[in-house]
Design a protein around this ligand. Sequence first.
Ligand code: 13P
Ligand code: SF4
Length: 298
Amino acid sequence: MQDQIRSLLKKRRGILLAHNYQPREIQDVADVCGDSLELSIQAAKTDAEVIVFCGVHFMAETASILSPDKTVLLPRTDAGCPMADMVTPEALSKRKAELPSVPVVTYVNSTAEVKALSTICCTSANALEVVESLEDEEVLMVPDRNLALNTAARSSKKVHTWEGHCPFHNLLTVGEVESAKNRYPEAVFMAHPECPPEVVALADVAVSTSGMIRYARQSEAQAFIVGTEVGMRYPLEKACPGKTFHMVSPRMLCEDMKKITLADIVNCLETLDGEVKVPEAVRKPALKAVERMIALAL
Ligand code: 13P
Ligand code: SF4
């Protein structure tokens, strides 16, 4: 099926982008694997006609916002992100009215409608840089409370938070981390910034998924405790042969990230079903917020 996918991609002049949490057989057939920021940048600069996005809905939407003339396909349109659904445009408008001159920094894990109401987007790879890029002394960060608190801990700005979270990263406890550290005393602990602040406080480094790959590659350490979704073991092992990765908790498994199969990819390339398209009235304001973030990375 991987060969079939590669030949269908050639026929459609397509590119396959896969998030680091995707199943290994999908990562192996992808043109580019990466974190949310890297995949947004790829979606913005590709000259392919079709983008097959193996990830979740907000990622395909971001690709559609950046590349409106391309066909963006999500092989399973029901692959969503529970955190993205924790902020609605109505609730955000209400909060904005309470904080009239405060800029809104919106995590890319959000719907296009919410991005359209935002000043700038951020990802886990650049949240601090984005907050620091604003002249204002106060910001509102939505929807991830943990990302906001972890960013606030490294910034002098006042950060207003929102009651959203990733149901899997938010599960990780200090007790689980301490027991992993006792079992693997020589290991370095890498945490994702979606984890609670008390967990991030125990980490040697708190970075995005691709940030973990870069860190593990460069580090002299041979063993790592990994505080993120369990799918990260595969790209880490692939990038760092010989090093050992202990996933801190088997409970950190995002079902939405595991929905797409190779058969779904074949099907969407054959039929062009599963198109994600953001309407122009939403896309234009959302693009401003996404482009403003990408401009910082380029
Ligand atoms: P990053 O890959 O950008 O670190 O994000 C993790 C995530 O939860 C994506 O949904
Ligand atoms: Fe959303 Fe968490 Fe799944 Fe990422 S891991 S897609 S933040 S639910």
